[in-house]
Design a protein around this ligand. Structure first.
Ligand SMILES: Cc1cc2nc3c(=O)[nH]c(=O)nc-3n(C[C@H](O)[C@H](O)[C@H](O)COP(=O)(O)O)c2cc1C
Length: 168
């Protein structure tokens, strides 16, 4: 599969089989995150793999009662340390987002489904997973074998979003 084919095939998955993820597959997903670029190559990220059933059930409430989050055999939580770049954006958000994007694509390649979750209560997740306050919890995703095919979402046409040489 080419990278573009993988990107085309990925869809948010919100229903999962109970089947465990093979350790080799999970390692490949985590490796994709480890190899992602980061500002000044700081790599301040931490990836927490939540597999414990009790914790996964508690994560449902922390994720605004999105039941499917706890249905997957694992939840990947990405945290990073804050650091303001010259452009005034926080590298934590950007670095963590790139790494999670890479992991989601590798998951797709491995036949696993994911769904980026932004609707979570940071403090609830922090308490459950004992994340130190210097780390932001940027995003998380359930990960597992899809029990649905997902919906193909439309995207804007390239002509609507791309301009050359100046903003249009
Ligand atoms: C920053 C961000 C936050 C999101 N938060 C949620 C969420 O909390 N729950 C959910 O079901 N989907 C969430 N999504 C998934 C989007 O709804 C989904 O990516 C979008 O509708 C496009 O669909 P696709 O991923 O199938 O292409 C989020 C996606 C992003 C990028």
């Amino acid at each position: 599969m080419t990278v573009l084919e993988c990107i085309e095939a990925r869809k948010s998955i919100r229903s999962f089989e109970a089947r465990e993820i093979e350790a080799e597959k999970l390692d490949k997903v985590l490796e994709a995150g480890r190899l992602a670029p980061s500002a000044s190559n700081r790599q301040t990220w931490k990836f927490i793999v939540v597999q414990n059933e009790n914790l996964r059930n508690k994560m449902i409430e922390a994720c605004s009662n999105q039941e499917f989050v706890g249905e997957a055999p694992a939840i990947l939580v990405v945290c990073a340390e804050s650091h303001l770049m010259r452009c005034q954006q926080d590298a934590a958000t950007i670095d963590a987002s790139i790494s999670l994007s890479f992991m989601m694509l590798e998951a797709q390649e491995q036949g696993l489904g994911t769904c980026w979750i932004g609707a979570f209560y940071e403090e609830k997740v922090r308490k459950l997973l004992k994340v130190p306050t210097e780390y932001q919890i940027v995003a998380l995703t359930p990960i597992g074998y899809p029990a649905e095919t997902g919906n193909k979402h439309l995207r804007k046409d390239r002509s609507e979003i791309v301009s050359y040489d100046s903003f249009r």
